[in-house]
Ligand binder design. Structure first.
Ligand code: GLU
Length: 305
C-alpha cells in the first residue's frame, strides 16, 4: 500500500474523513470503515476529519449522533479534526445540519454561472420516462433542463453535467472510469423538501475539509464520478483519490446496516466484549485477519503497512 500511496504524491498530513450518518447506531460495518480510515491514516502519515452526515433531517436523530460519538470514543478511534469532545462543544469538525450557509453559497455560485435549474419531476415521472431503458440506476433524462420553469415553482434543483468521462484511481481497485451523464444524468442537488442531497453536501464538505483521500464502502463507488464532476464545477484543483473497500455482510447477504440488532457495537458492548474484541472481530469479517484476535484502535495501522 505504501508504494501505491507514494505514487499519488500526497502531501504530508494528507486528509481523509470518517463520515457516519446518524440514522442508527454504530454497527460492525462502521467499525470496518473506521479500521480502513484510521488504519490508512495512521500507517501513512494522514489525518482523520470527523463529519456528521445529517443532511437528511427526516432520518437523522440527535440521539443517534450522540451514541455514534460515544461508541467511537469507546472503541478508541480519535479523529484529528476535533476530538469527539471538542466536536460536541462545537469546534473543528463538521455537522452538515450546521453547514446550511455553505451549501447555499455553493449552489448560488453555480446558479450564477448557469449550471443550476429547477426541476418538477418526481421519481415516478422519471421512472415512467425511462422505463424502456432499464438500467441499474434511474437516469434523469433532462426533461426540465431547458424548460424555463420559474424558480419558485419547485424546491428541487439539478446541476447540469457535461458528457465527460471521469477517470480516477481507486487504491484497492486500480483505475476506474465512469460517465455520470449516462449513469444518472443531471444530479439533484436540492430535493423537493428543500434538503441538500447527499451528492451535493458531501462534495462541498470534501472541499471544505480539504480531503485528499475518500475511504468508504464499495456501495458508494457509483457516486464517485458524479462527485468528481461536481467538485470540478465548484473549482476543486487538488486531486481527490478514492479507496472503496468491500462491505461486510450477514451470511444471507443482507447489508449489516439494515439489521444492526446483532451487529451493533452497543449490543456487543453490553454482552461484555472489549473494544479490541469488537475491532478484531470486524477485521476478521473484513478479511483483514484470519481470526478474531483482539486488536486495539491504536494498532489498526498494521493492516495497511
Ligand atoms: N454517510 C455515508 C455513510 O454513513 C458515507 C458517505 C461517504 O463516505 O461519502 O455510509
Amino acid at each position: 500500500m505504501g508504494r501505491v500511496l507514494d505514487a499519488l504524491n500526497l502531501r504530508p498530513g494528507w486528509r481523509t474523513r470518517f463520515a457516519p450518518a446518524p440514522t442508527g447506531f454504530l454497527h460492525l460495518g462502521h467499525v470496518v470503515n473506521a479500521i480502513y480510515v484510521w488504519g490508512m491514516a495512521r500507517a501513512h502519515d494522514g489525518r482523520v476529519m470527523l463529519r456528521i452526515e445529517d443532511h437528511d433531517r427526516s432520518r437523522c436523530r440527535l440521539e443517534y449522533e450522540q451514541a455514534l460519538l460515544d461508541d467511537l470514543d469507546w472503541l478508541g478511534f480519535t479523529p484529528d479534526g476535533g476530538t469527539t469532545a471538542e466536536f460536541r462543544a462545537g469546534a473543528s469538525a463538521l455537522r452538515q445540519s450546521d453547514n446550511d450557509w455553505r451549501y447555499a453559497a455553493a449552489i448560488t455560485a453555480l446558479e450564477i454561472r448557469g449550471f443550476i435549474y429547477p426541476c418538477r419531476c418526481s421519481r415516478g415521472d422519471i421512472a415512467r420516462l425511462v422505463e424502456d431503458r432499464p438500467s441499474e440506476e434511474m437516469r434523469y433524462p433532462g426533461t426540465c433542463r431547458d424548460s424555463a420553469i420559474p424558480p419558485d415553482a419547485s424546491m428541487q434543483r439539478r446541476v447540469k453535467l457535461g458528457p465527460e468521462r471521469e477517470r480516477f484511481f481507486d487504491l484497492l481497485r486500480g483505475p476506474q472510469e465512469q460517465v455520470p451523464a449516462e449513469q444518472c444524468g443531471d444530479v439533484l442537488v436540492r430535493d423537493r423538501l428543500g434538503q441538500w442531497t447527499y451528492q451535493f453536501a458531501v462534495t462541498v464538505d470534501d472541499l471544505d475539509q480539504q480531503i485528499d483521500v475518500v475511504i468508504r464502502g464499495e456501495d458508494l463507488l457509483a457516486s464517485t464520478g458524479r462527485q468528481r464532476a461536481l467538485a470540478r464545477l465548484m473549482g476543486r484543483k487538488r486531486p481527490l483519490h478514492f479507496m472503496h473497500h468491500p462491505l461486510v455482510r450477514h451470511p444471507g447477504g443482507a447489508k449489516l446496516s439494515k439489521s444492526a440488532g446483532d451487529s451493533g457495537v452497543r449490543e456487543l458492548r453490553a454482552a461484555g466484549a472489549s473494544a479490541a474484541d469488537v475491532i478484531g472481530h470486524a477485521a476478521r469479517l473484513a478479511g483483514l485477519q484470519a481470526d478474531d484476535a483482539p486488536c486495539a484502535a491504536c494498532d489498526v495501522h498494521r493492516f495497511f503497512t
